[in-house]
Design a protein around this ligand. Structure first.
Ligand SMILES: Nc1nc2c(c(=O)[nH]1)N[C@H]1C(S)=C(S)[C@@H](COP(=O)(O)OP(=O)(O)OC[C@H]3O[C@@H](n4cnc5c(=O)[nH]c(N)nc54)[C@H](O)[C@@H]3O)O[C@H]1N2
Ligand SMILES: Nc1nc2c(c(=O)[nH]1)N[C@H]1C(S)=C(S)[C@@H](COP(=O)(O)OP(=O)(O)OC[C@H]3O[C@@H](n4cnc5c(=O)[nH]c(N)nc54)[C@H](O)[C@@H]3O)O[C@H]1N2
Ligand code: SF4
Ligand SMILES: [Mo]
Length: 763
């Protein structure tokens, strides 16, 4: 790129901040916030500068690598892609298609190219053994979307800019910058909330960065949220405060909810939750009586033993108090690329429990099994055992529970390939690593996060650097592999039409498809008179897309949904290119019941799946409280899951991978500041420095995830020097929320002692 300022969206987290990158002589001179970005108004966080560090990182891989007896050897692309396709094909012909497993990691959703290529690649693999970060993350939300609104992708988003009360439970957006709530500059938005007289309430086992900004903060015992939320529902009914507002016309099964909540009075749940009945009543009253209010929950309420119920109850409380689809409440977006509509048109609203996993019988969701079952599917002998594995932008050894078992499973595979640009804890097990271009070498459009955003926005970023001829994008790697696998499946040749289809798909690529999706979307500029010319190409591409690929519905090349008639039009890729700072498409607008996808066009308040889990919740009421320490996670502004610890700029400063523990518990364990603690469970053992603080609830300890860069054979040098320990080495993979199959990443019992070596040293 030429000298000067180039504008982009930062793709690192969900907030979609606009960055202004100054280029000088082919190098990045500076990264700043883009003041003219209509969504982020110049806000960035410290990670934005790491965009430069990742791009320039000498440890970042740029050529395919093959493991050999003499160590890693570079391969050329064709050779590597042929080899991978051949080996995968071999495993599936010898052992059946389910003998190949695949894990899709978090960065896929920050990459529109990868999203376009994921489905054709998965179809070419043809395996049912699919896994992703979803089951360590937002699965309970997707389940509630599906069960209550009829579509797994119809996420309700807090209308934070117009609310007067935000109750935040199990989320720390000041560190995470928001999740299922794309919201650049949360701090600024909270300031504005307060300036208009609004309030923030935080409920969390730790007094977090977000809690420090709150008007009220309450500790809650990990995993007890469903009880608190049930009690709030109970209060609403008991005091006649249920008022659905407009929703009364499009909701059903209110009576079932009334019955379900009867046992859960504030008094009944007080001990389990650690929250006083007066406070529970007050929370319910405030939500009911504040006209513009929203209850928002994330990782802490979703990746825990009652993740399914808690997430359902969060949605439910918003509905019972008239906040769903209401300004300042929980609303739906209308993104320019509307995957909700595209999915529905292709019969892809989502599904759950159509089949169960081989070893533990856990339910699939959207065609994926829970990540918690990956290791045992590799390690348990029998028909259908996973013998070959593919990871795409994921580091499950650090990010999935039972990290050590996963290490074991990956180590004994017949074949493994990783599409990733680091040789890290997971990819070190691969036979072949295929490194894609860096994010700054590709264009960017947020297909997913525009769907989750607190305003409707759209922005396209050009590549900042031209990749060299010897580089491949994620989408190119996946489509090349898919094309080869399909050929092998059909005995080596595909026939003319399919062959042309693959070539057309690879030629048009994600940006071409993005253009079509924008044009046929809610704000689209139809292709008009060019349609007859384009149609044959679109037909060819269609022929090679999986049966139910959402993009199949671009065929018409004209707007897909008549409900979009009154939205402003004119969007296309060219139109976005003309707006390098991005476009504001307006605030969230009420859209129910039109946007519902349930058969009866009603919101289902009491899906059976949740009611069936209530006996387990009821049992929890009488379980003994305390007795063991509960482990929870945390995030830090300068870190991002497992893969950004190789930037010196981000890891410098005080050690972040510490065990937070309350002074009472520290003294019980004989721990003093400066000590090393040993945390153990049946899954394993980690050692890390203690940080004694009253900010954590007694009975609870906290460790951030994504650390533990101590395993042999990785090449991230900065990360190794700031290794930390991996929380997922002590989190068991045998605990999942039975409703959704989500991993229990928060609230598991652990034992904490002083590390023996340390004891000796001090003595
Ligand atoms: N205990 C505990 N565990 C957790 C969580 C928790 O709160 N507590 N959080 C969970 C959540 S929410 C998530 S989303 C997961 C995330 O866990 P994963 O899905 O495993 O993702 P990351 O840890 O972010 O690892 C990303 C990988 O992708 C690579 N990568 C980065 N960018 C690209 C790219 O553009 N292309 C390709 N091909 N590779 C790329 C990186 O090198 C790295 O290897 O962790 C989960 N694990
Ligand atoms: N800086 C940074 N930003 C990130 C990421 C990152 O790693 N670093 N990861 C990104 C990803 S992939 C995601 S999914 C989002 C996640 O975004 P958030 O959900 O906001 O992430 P966390 O900071 O993990 O917040 C979870 C909170 O839940 C609390 N908690 C734990 N257990 C319980 C419980 O049982 N009940 C309640 N009520 N609370 C509990 C924790 O103390 C913590 O404060 O962040 C994204 N943004
Ligand atoms: S908040 Fe997220 S999107 Fe914004 S600059 Fe930081 S990492 Fe990038
Ligand atoms: Mo996540």
């Amino acid at each position: 790129m030429e000298n000067g300022i180039h504008y982009r969206t930062c793709h690192l987290c969900e907030a979609m901040c606009g960055v202004a990158i100054e280029m000088r002589d082919g190098h990045i001179a500076s990264v700043r916030g883009d003041r003219d970005d209509p969504f982020s108004h110049g806000h960035i966080c410290p990670k934005a500068v790491a965009l430069k560090d990742i791009h320039n990182d000498p440890d970042r891989l740029t050529r395919p690598l093959q493991r050999t007896a003499e160590g890693w050897k570079e391969l050329d692309w064709d050779c590597a892609l042929d080899l991978v396709a051949r080996r995968l094909h071999q495993v599936r012909t010898e052992h059946g298609r389910n003998a190949v497993g695949v894990y899709l990691g978090n960065p896929n959703v920050h990459n529109h190219g990868a999203l376009v290529a994921n489905l054709p690649f998965l179809r070419a693999l043809g395996t049912q053994n699919r896994f992703s970060a979803t089951s360590n993350d937002q699965l309970p939300h997707m389940l509630a979307n599906l069960e209550m609104f009829g579509h797994q992708l119809l996420f309700p988003i807090p209308d934070i800019d117009h609310t007067e009360l935000l109750i935040c439970i199990g989320a720390n957006p000041l560190a995470s910058n928001g999740s299922l709530m794309s919201v650049p500059d949360l701090k600024g938005r909270l300031k504005a909330l307060k300036a208009r007289g609004g309030e923030l309430v935080v409920i969390d086992p730790r007094r977090t960065e977000t809690a420090r900004q709150a008007d009220a903060f309450h500790f809650i015992r990990p995993g007890s949220d469903a009880l608190l939320l049930m009690a709030m529902v109970n209060v609403l009914f008991a005091e006649n405060r249920v008022d659905l507002g407009a929703a009364q016309h499009w909701t059903r099964d209110l009576e079932l909810v009334r019955l379900a909540c009867l046992p859960y009075t504030p008094e009944a749940v007080a001990q389990q939750t650690g929250i006083e009945p007066v406070i529970i009543r007050d929370l319910a009253h405030r939500l009911a009586t504040t006209q513009r209010a929203v209850l928002y929950g994330r990782i802490g309420t979703s990746t825990q033993s009652f993740g399914g119920l808690a997430t359902w109850l969060i949605y439910l409380l918003n509905i019972l108090t008239g906040k769903l689809d209401a300004t300042g409440g929980l609303m739906f977006t209308q993104p320019a690329v509307d995957l909700v509509t595209l999915g529905a048109l292709s019969g892809q609203r989502g599904h759950v429990g159509r089949r169960t996993s081989r070893v533990r019988g856990l339910p699939e969701f959207g065609g994926e099994y829970p990540a918690s079952t990956m290791a045992e599917e590799m390690l348990t002998p029998g028909n259908g055992r996973i013998r070959a594995f593919v990871t795409i932008a994921g580091n499950p050894v650090l990010s999935s529970p039972g990290g050590q078992r996963l290490d074991e499973g990956l180590a004994q595979l017949d074949f493994m390939v990783s599409i990733d640009y680091y040789l890290n804890e997971t990819t070190r097990h691969a036979d072949i690593i295929l490194p894609p271009t860096s994010a700054l070498e590709r264009s960017h459009y947020d297909v997913i996060f525009n769907m989750l955003s607190v305003r409707n926005v759209a922005k396209y970023s050009e590549p900042l650097f031209q990749p060299d001829d010897n580089a491949r994008h994620d989408w190119q790697i996946m489509l090349e592999l898919a094309h080869r696998l399909e050929r092998l499946k059909r005995g080596g040749s595909l026939g003319l039409r399919r062959e042309l289809g693959w070539r057309a798909l690879k030629r048009i690529g994600p940006d071409g498809l993005l253009d079509l999706a924008l044009r046929t979307g809610p704000y689209g500029q139809p292709v008009g008179r060019l349609q007859p010319l384009l149609q044959p190409a679109v037909d060819l591409i269609e022929a090679v897309l999986p049966e139910r690929h959402p993009l199949k519905h671009l065929t018409g090349l004209s707007p897909l949904d008549r409900r979009w008639q009154d939205l402003p039009k004119g969007l296309s890729l060219a139109a976005l290119r003309d707006q390098p700072h991005g476009l504001d498409l307006g605030p969230l607008r009420p859209s129910l019941p039109d946007r519902l996808y349930t058969r009866d066009r009603q919101v289902h308040l009491a899906p059976r799946r949740y009611l069936e889990d209530l006996p387990r919740l009821y049992q929890r009421l009488s379980e003994p409280v305390g007795g063991h320490l509960q482990l929870i996670g945390r995030r830090h502004l300068r870190s991002n899951n497992s893969w950004m610890h190789n930037s010196q700029r981000l890891v410098k400063g005080p050690e972040r991978c510490t065990l937070m523990i309350h002074p009472r518990d520290a003294s019980l364990a004989g721990l003093a500041n400066g000590d090393q603690a040993e945390v153990t469970s049946e899954a394993g053992r980690i050692v890390l420095p203690v940080e004694i603080t009253e900010d954590i609830m007694p009975g609870v300890v906290s460790v951030p995830h994504g650390w533990g860069h101590t395993r042999a054979g990785t090449t991230q040098r900065v990360a190794q020097a700031h290794a930390g320990a991996s929380i997922n080495d002590v989190i068991r993979d045998n605990q999942v929320d039975p409703v959704s199959g989500t991993s229990v990443l928060n609230g598991q019992a652990v034992t904490v002692t002083r590390h023996a070596n340390e004891q000796r040293r001090r003595a």
